[in-house]
Design a protein around this ligand. Structure first.
Ligand SMILES: [Zn+2]
Length: 313
């Protein structure tokens, strides 16, 4: 049974001019995509429980913004499946999949805003909300030939109103990488770079009998020795074993992307960018837009990612 509102719309449609038709079409498409995104996220197979008290005794409590609301019988609070996740209260779901696609392609805030027809401030907010969980989703083990390298950057206050930006007072910031031949990547963003720091973060990550292949920093030599791991430097074995120094290419591409495409980033967000770049590179065919949304909603499913199979030497 069609409602009167619907009948009136259909009867009036012949009188619409071109602009009105286009606006109607856009509106309908946005609604369809919004419902699709809600459906995808609501059926992501996470266990449904109250985000406040973890009770599983819930009753359906109407729908809002295309999402099913629930009421917890225990604490009486209401919520939907995005409550307390980085995606909570973000609007215009109809554009989320397009936006995740822009992240997959590593686009700047302005370019992504143009493509998704959203304001650049929204583009900035979505970027960091969509990426918030990425830093928890990295390889848990590295094995075989493990390349260790690092990048040194100067602290950046891009976008900040803080005037204390004297060049000489800017501190060093480091990104440390561990990458094995099966593209398991474990990175650390840190203000320091010592063998103790490497030890702290990588001691339980690198499997026994792995070979560490690193740049010429003594910190990696000392770490390998302390951890009782075989160790060699990149250049020493270039001819002998034809190592391809994947990590050197990786960090070069990261810096190119950071400086040329994104035109530098603020240090407070650096870890998000390091994680974003990793997620763009961890799958051979690239990350799926839908996976970006799943991860943004919940890290629980991804926190214990299985290690990609490792060839041992
Ligand atoms: Zn509850």
């Amino acid at each position: 049974m069609k409602s009167n509102k619907f009948k009136n719309l259909i009867n009036g449609i012949d009188k619409f001019n071109n602009l009105e038709f286009r606006l109607l079409k856009e509106k309908i498409e946005e609604r369809i995509y919004s419902k699709r995104v809600s459906y995808i996220l609501e059926t992501a197979k996470d266990e449904l429980k109250c985000p406040y008290c973890s009770s599983k005794i819930l009753i359906k409590w109407g729908k809002r913004s295309d999402l099913q609301r629930y009421k917890c019988k225990n604490c009486k609070k209401t919520f939907n499946s995005l409550t307390n996740t980085p995606l909570a209260r973000l609007k215009r779901k109809g554009h989320w999949l397009d936006y995740a696609n822009c992240l997959k392609r590593g686009l700047s805030i302005r370019k992504a805003a143009e493509e998704c027809d959203i304001h650049k401030n929204t583009s900035f907010r979505w970027r960091h909300r969509f990426l918030e969980n990425s830093k928890f989703i990295k390889a848990k083990k590295l094995g075989g030939i493990v390349e260790k390298t690092h990048i040194k950057l100067k602290e950046s206050f891009k976008g900040s109103r803080d005037k204390v930006r004297i060049e000489s007072k800017r501190k060093d910031v480091f990104v440390l990488y561990g990458i094995d031949r099966n593209n398991n990547i474990h990175d650390i963003t840190n203000k320091g770079f010592s063998s103790n720091i490497i030890n702290k973060y990588y001691k339980n990550i690198i499997l026994e009998n792995s070979l560490i292949l690193s740049d010429r920093k003594n910190q990696f030599t000392k770490f390998s020795k302390d951890a009782n791991l075989k160790h060699t430097h990149f250049t020493e074995n270039k001819d002998k074993l034809s190592y391809n120094e994947k990590s050197e290419t990786y960090k070069y591409q990261f810096m190119e992307w950071l400086n040329k495409k994104l035109r530098g980033v603020a240090t407070k967000y650096l870890e998000n960018y390091v994680s974003w770049f990793r997620s763009m590179n961890e799958f051979r065919s690239g990350i799926k837009a839908i996976t970006i949304l799943y991860r943004a909603k919940s890290i629980e499913k991804y926190r214990h990612q299985p290690q990609k199979m490792t060839r041992f030497i």
